[in-house]
Each structure stands twice: as C-alpha cells, then as structure tokens.
Write a protein of this length. Structure first.
Length: 223
C-alpha cells in the first residue's frame, strides 16, 4: 500500500523539495499552496489553502475526507519581520506571524488528526526553526518570527500528549539555514540537503521519540 504525505506550503522552496524527495521514494504526495497555479513541486495533487482563513482550512479538511495521511507535514510559514526593528514592528504583523506560524499549524494538525490516526505511519511533522530555541538565543531582533516558532514548539509539545492517545507521533524540524526566498542566497545549505536530511530523520522517527526537536541532520536542538 502506498504511503501518503500532505505538505502545507508545498508549492516552492523547502516544501517543494520535500515533495520531490517523497515522490521519488514512491509516496503519494499532496501539497497545499495559497495559489495552486504557481506550484512547482511534483505533487500528485495540489490543494488550495490559505492558513489564515478558517473557511479555507475547512475546505482542505473536506477535500481530504477519507484519505489516510501517513505524514502530515505542516511546513507553511512566514518571516514578516526580517530586518524589522522592535520599534518598527507593529502588533498587527506580530499577531499575523503568530497566527500563521504558531496557531494554524496546530489547528490544522488537530483537524486532520483522524486522517493521520487512520494511517500506518501516523506522524505529524512541523517545520520550526532553531531561532525558536530559548536555550540557543544569543542575539537580538526578529521578535515576531522567533517568538512564533517558540510558541509553535510549545504547542506541539502539548499536542504530543494528545496525539499519543491515537498512536500518533510528532516531530519538530529546524530545516537549517537554507538558500530559499526566506533564507537568502548566502545561506549555509541548499534545499536538497535540507529536505533529504529531514526525510531521512523522519523515516527513522518513531512514537518513542515523539515530540523531538530535530535539526535537519538528526541532531537534537535544546529547547
């Protein structure tokens, strides 16, 4: 039986590369994007999703009714305050960042938990960032983005306990500093290295490691 993965924000960048790696491995791949016409990933099916819109999320859940999802990978995210000082950062931008990066990934996971629980792999993956690690903090700036990823980490840690009742595992991934539109052209690694590393780690991930906060290479990041 073919395994199935759903990747939010799978139209480009890291999400598209994850789709490519899983497709090459023989998986059935679904990706979501705000504008399906701009998707470049080799998905079997592209679904429209604006994570800021509750109706759009409900439509996604409806479109996936009856589909067993081995891995639901919440990858969609934004970095709206890159290069923006605290004085310039508006409450509206901070709130939007928290909605997209922290709240909706967990709400989408909750809404699709029955689909994941009905699968063989039974896994929830989330693209977070090392910038959400309080223990690793050594610089200032990026208040909205950093705090949104810290909030995501905590929310997933809570969700881990709820998902365990259904035999579903969770995993958080820092994809590395990747050469994408978000990461910029001077970042450390390319999307193939990031996606390939995370896929390999996810392949070995089990419920015994549920809630782990991984680097793309499998090393564990401190909270």
């Amino acid at each position: 039986m073919t395994s199935t993965i759903v990747i939010t924000g799978g139209g480009r960048g890291i999400g598209a590369e994850l789709a490519k790696h899983y497709k090459q491995a023989g998986w059935t791949v679904f990706v979501t994007a705000r504008d399906p016409s701009r998707v470049v990933s080799p998905a079997d099916r592209v679904l429209a999703l604006d994570v800021r819109d509750a109706d759009s999320v409900a439509s996604l859940v409806g479109a996936l009714d009856g589909v067993s999802i081995d891995i639901l990978w919440n990858n969609a995210g934004v970095y709206l305050d890159k290069g923006v000082s605290l004085a310039e950062l508006t409450p509206e931008v901070w709130a939007e960042t928290l909605l997209i990066n922290s709240i909706m990934p967990v709400k989408i996971a909750q809404a699709l938990l029955p689909n994941v629980a009905a699968s063989e792999k039974k896994a929830l993956a989330f693209t977070t960032s090392r910038m959400g690690s309080i223990a690793s903090l050594k610089s200032a700036g990026s208040y909205a983005y950093r705090s949104s990823k810290t909030a995501l980490n905590m929310a997933v840690a809570i969700l881990t306990n709820e998902a365990a009742e259904f035999g579903v595992s969770t995993a958080l991934f820092h994809p590395g500093w990747v050469r994408t539109d978000m990461g910029g052209p001077i970042a450390d690694i390319d999307v193939a290295t990031s996606a390939g590393g995370m896929k390999a780690v996810m392949g070995a991930h089990t419920i015994a490691r549920s809630g782990a906060y991984y680097n793309y290479d499998g090393s564990v990041i401190p909270w």
